[in-house]
Design a protein around this ligand. Sequence first.
Ligand SMILES: C[S@@+](CC[C@H](N)C(=O)[O-])C[C@H]1O[C@@H](n2cnc3c(N)ncnc32)[C@H](O)[C@@H]1O
Length: 335
Amino acid sequence: MTTTAPDVRSPAGILRMGNAFCDAKALLTAVELDLFGALHTGPATEEEIRGRLGLHGRGLSDFLHLLTALGLLAKQDGWFRNTAAADQYLVRDQPTYIGGFLLRSNRNLYPAWGRLSDALRTGAKQSGGDFADVTSNPVLLRQFIGMMDALTQQLGPSLIEAFAWPGYRSVLDVGGCRGNLVGQLVQAHPHLAGHVFDLPPMKPFFDEHMARSGQSATVTFHGGDFFECALPPAEVVMLGHVLHDWDTEQRGYLVRKAFDAISPGGALLVYDRMLDDGPNAVENLVISLDMLLVTDGGSEYPAQEIHAHARAAGFRSSTEQPLGDYDTLVVCHKD
Ligand SMILES: C[S@@+](CC[C@H](N)C(=O)[O-])C[C@H]1O[C@@H](n2cnc3c(N)ncnc32)[C@H](O)[C@@H]1O
């Protein structure tokens, strides 16, 4: 997938880019109001939508027409309906729902981006506390999990394809959240023993998720802090969207820790929105700035950094390949 950069060669183009946050906020608000859920059962008039969502009515016509112009709704004979993509990806409780990411963007990233200049002046994050604050609040934690599930739901099929899983018997997903990714891997390759290592408050969410997917017997949860505890052994260890939360030194530490947990002949898989000069530069630089705004030292990083950490840790070799639309996968092999 390529990112089309806005045309900024004219004043109108520059102003359009300056207002692009309005398009984004219209989408985030529609997800917050669950507009797409309200239209999932069928088309509705503006008045019906007003009633269903409990809205005032002022501005609603413009809001619905903006979403129509943006391609998220369609309008015919005075009736609004979801477009196919909105109906597939933005209706809550659908397995393909990606709104968990957008809900957290709306509540967390959107206000934080409003303080980007403060972050650039001070180097300090502008949102929330650390993971402990998120994990100690079940409401925040559920939102965060929804965001992670939205990402791993998209990435799972690519990761299943990208690696020679039949050659390995166990996989440990470090920072694997409630196991949404390992669950997909074990479903595709039932010979794998699946393990998740994450902070202890994730356990009830893991149990709930595995019970729902019928995988309680095949995927095991290990609770702990990866800066404090040894990792359980496995043939394959994954660090996905984890290293970008930390600074370079901490990333090197976690790669070494993974090395120690991997059995001889095993592999480390690292994926993140790594930085390069390719067509994904805009998308991944935006995520890197997200990390500036919500973590103490995190950022995206070039794949070269992981190759260097892997060499220093003792891995025999490492290779990189694109993963999904925006991620890069680095695979490090241990003798
Ligand atoms: C950004 S999420 C990544 C989730 C998932 N791997 C993915 O690909 O989207 C980072 C994960 O690391 C976990 N985590 C953060 N700090 C941790 C720590 N000190 N020890 C163990 N897990 C931690 C979080 O709870 C969260 O599930």
